[in-house]
Design a protein around this ligand. Structure first.
Ligand code: ADP
Ligand code: MG
Length: 225
């Protein structure tokens, strides 16, 4: 199995209060699978993505990604692992306002010291994401839908096996949401990438192979589409 999550617990402690965000989550995901994660606000969706990406440490249980035990890695190893393996997309587009669309897309690679930029991949992504004629624009000259597609191109420039998206359509209108879901799905299928999308919109979840519902930090339901 490509991703195996076994009995994972995560409690946030702030002062005297404790929040049990993940309460024994077990889940297996195949390579290339497209999974939607649904559930009410506070059900643990973002926490699940964060522990998968190694952005947050979990308390107990185990997470294995492509044979690598996430919990066993040092912080440095985990950072390296995330860079090589995992792309992230968030609800906020997080673009640098002073850079053009193309500069934003290439920034992680350039900042990471990569010299040989894959130009073919860049052109393919600009075309598929329908932002080729927007490449020289700064974010404030782009629509919300275009800005999120720039953020998607930025994530997909790295050849990571896994893409994690936390409410990627949360700031988009319905037409732009559907467009983003369609392109994201096609690009991930074409490239054999595993895609996990957190959403509370049924229309977004409908694109996935499987829909998982979290409730109070537990998996309540897993349904194949
Ligand atoms: P969701 O994404 O489904 O809305 P989250 O995973 O963000 O849920 O949060 C699950 C629970 O954990 C919520 O009760 C939330 O308030 C709490 N929580 C999330 N992050 C933190 C944090 N950094 N510190 C304390 N509590 C947190
Ligand atoms: Mg969330």
């Amino acid at each position: 199995m490509f991703i195996t999550i076994e009995n994972v617990y995560k409690t946030y402690k702030t002062g005297a209060s404790e929040v049990h965000a993940l309460n024994g989550v077990s889940l297996q995901i195949e390579k290339g699978e497209h999974v939607a994660i649904m559930g009410k606000s506070g059900s643990g969706k973002s926490t699940l993505l964060h522990v998968l990406a190694g952005l947050t440490r979990f308390d107990s249980g185990s997470i294995t990604i492509d044979g690598n035990s996430v919990g066993a890695m040092s912080d440095a190893a985990l950072t390296r692992f995330r860079r090589e393996k995992i792309g992230l997309i968030f609800q906020a587009f997080n673009l640098i306002p002073t850079l053009t669309a193309e500069e934003n897309i290439l920034l992680p690679l350039i900042a990471g010291g990569k010299k040989d930029i894959d130009k073919d991949r860049l052109e393919m992504l600009l075309t598929r994401l329908e932002i080729a004629d927007r490449r020289s624009h700064r974010p404030d000259a782009l629509s919300g839908g275009e800005q999120q597609r720039v953020a998607v191109a930025r994530a997909l420039m790295s050849p990571t096996d896994i893409l994690l998206a936390d409410e990627p359509t949360g700031n988009l209108d319905s037409a732009n949401s559907m467009k983003l879901c369609q392109i994201l799905k096609e690009l991930c299928k074409d490239q054999g990438r595993t895609l996990l999308v957190v959403t509370h919109e049924n229309e977004v979840a409908a694109f996935a192979d499987r829909v998982i519902t979290l409730k109070d930090g537990k998996i309540e339901q897993s349904v194949n589409n």
